[in-house]
Write a protein that binds this ligand. Sequence first.
Ligand code: GLN
Ligand code: ZN
Length: 745
Amino acid sequence: MTTSFGQSTVLGYPRIGAHRELKKAVEAYWAGKLDATGLHETAAELRAQVWRTLRDACLDAIPSNTFSYYDQMLDTAVALGAVPHRFARLGLDDLDTYFAMARGVDTEPALELTKWFDTNYHYLVPEIDPDTSFTARPAKALSEYAEARALGITTRPVLIGPATFLLLAKGADPFARLDDLVDTYAGILTALAGAGVPWVQLDEPAYVADRTPAEIDGLHRAYQRLGDLPNRPRIFVATYFGDLADALPALLDTPVDAVGVDLVAGPGNLERLAGAGPLGGKTIVAGLVDGRNIWRTDLRAAVAAGATVAALADHVAVSTSCSLLHVPVDVTAETRLDPRLSERLAFARQKLDEVVLLGRALRDGTTAVPAPLPATPASWRHDEIRGRLAALRPDDRSRGAYPDRATRQRQRLGLPALPTTTIGSFPQTPELRAARAAHRAGTLDDAGYTARMRAEVAHVIRLQEDLGLDVLVHGEPERNDMVQYFGEQLDGFAATDHGWVQSYGTRCVRPPIIHGDVARPEPMTVAWSTYAQSLTSKPVKGMLTGPVTILAWSFVRDDQPLADTADQVALALRDECRDLEAAGIRVIQVDEPALRETLPLRRSQQQTYLDWAVGAFRLATSGVADDTQIHTHLCYSEFGEVIAAIDALDADVTSIEASRSKMEILDDLAIIGYHRGIGPGVWDIHSPRVPPHDEVVDALRRAVAAVPAHRLWVNPDCGLKTRGYPEVEASLRHLVAAAAAVRQG
Ligand code: GLN
Ligand code: ZN
């Protein structure tokens, strides 16, 4: 059996299937329509497909154990025997215990779900306490290895590494358990060696973020120990999403056999390697093909970078910068894309060819690789937009003084203290989804579709008037997704038919592709908002998605700075805001739920990001008059690191997820002197539970203690699109009544 690493590999591959087969099978299992055997069969078939695809692409180092029914962190927790007691005691079988951890059961909430580094993938947060016992359970890794062997394919099992596993876990000081945990990893490695596994991959991406010396020391200790095991597979430590900085020399100083570095998101890794001294026979796995974005690799630049690594190390292999989990499966499935665009794209399948080609070029020492594509088509350029951007002045990103704005808005809107509102979407019922699907398929014509959506808007307005809400929304029935909807209407964007990417569990998204200059051919939301406003005398909020979130949830061109693309999107939104205002809309909400998500992992890079992110938001929202009220909305994260940026957005009102964190956000905002309107969520919309009236009153009383009533808004944590009407009506009734009760003091 060969012990060399090989020439070309990927760190992981999409596991949901080219047609989301895994999603469908898992959901059928949950619904009781497919039994466990059927589910296992589909899963085995999908794994076999992936391994054959990788082999047929001529990759010579193939990962396994990258399959997951839900999430790789959850799989790793199970492999370490770290199933929290609250799930173990349910007495379910292994599969259902696993899904209980992922989704919760009636009596037990799921593990927390949170963003995987700066991606839109979400992992389940392991719960590790001082008394969590670890046990090596290598069954999944072993059986996947054996399955692939049965197909004649030798693979490299992948696990999250011990240090990253603990750094991403929650509990009382999980990292203090590192030495215990490393013993358990030793057990897993020994078992793998016993099965003849030649290589194992342990992922340590947590070290591309700022880490303390103690944490770096822990990494060193862990791999010293694992490397010293007498009977083990060769160890490949993979890192991704950025620069390792001081963690790189620490890792190179251990007896592991291969170290992977991301040379796309972490170009600084190259210098660190150069400065590291002799690499002691280690294989360096160079992540040269972008695993996060969908553009074809500049092969010449990649070969040059690879050659630099080759000059430093005895052995170099070529890889993707991270797992291909983050990109769609195959661009050849996209038959409706402009061919001038598709020829520039590489999805997962196409990236395999790039990796193999680069691996061969490095092995043969050749630089003869295909030339880059010619310049992008002239029609993707908008000179008018470029001219407007070039002419921008600082003034274009600022509004009048807030106290003045507040006075004018108060006079114009005439709202009570503690005004009540929602975040935008109302339930997306099966009927609504069916109507949108029929319209897309051409079986419902434009007029029929518009009539159906207007009926929904009218229903939502009537409901809100009946409930007594103060600032109404149109309910967003026409939106499939808060980014896709705008992508479909803006120039410079393209949509895919099959470009699905796993977001979490069985949830997949289809991010649009921003390939050219962004421009707005015509208003995007004005007709819906003005129709809604025509049905009521109460103010209706116009509803837009902000530039940072649009970029975060798209695949973005990489031939110009993100800041420039953000400003182009912002200009389109600025025009939309003005059109909404001219059409009589008095309140406009620009959502930025992804503001925190794309914050760079290294503190040293965060301010630059926040500057352009805030700048783009302000460009989008500062074109309106002072008496037009701008709202923003944030959710899905801890906001500690971006509190100052939230203030800098200069929105008149910020609604923010807060109910689960018990309003702590209000103290954080008070500390930095935030002094504008704030709507801390008082209803956790992530579950169907209806918050009792008294609970909302309590939350509001806590809020009133932290924020003067004249600045406080009353709203749920987020939009209501995933909820059903019964709980929405009941909860909003409690919310409105609670606001009335607290107004009375
Ligand atoms: N306006 C959007 C909605 O209500 C906001 C969604 C979000 O924050 N993710 O659905
Ligand atoms: Zn939200």
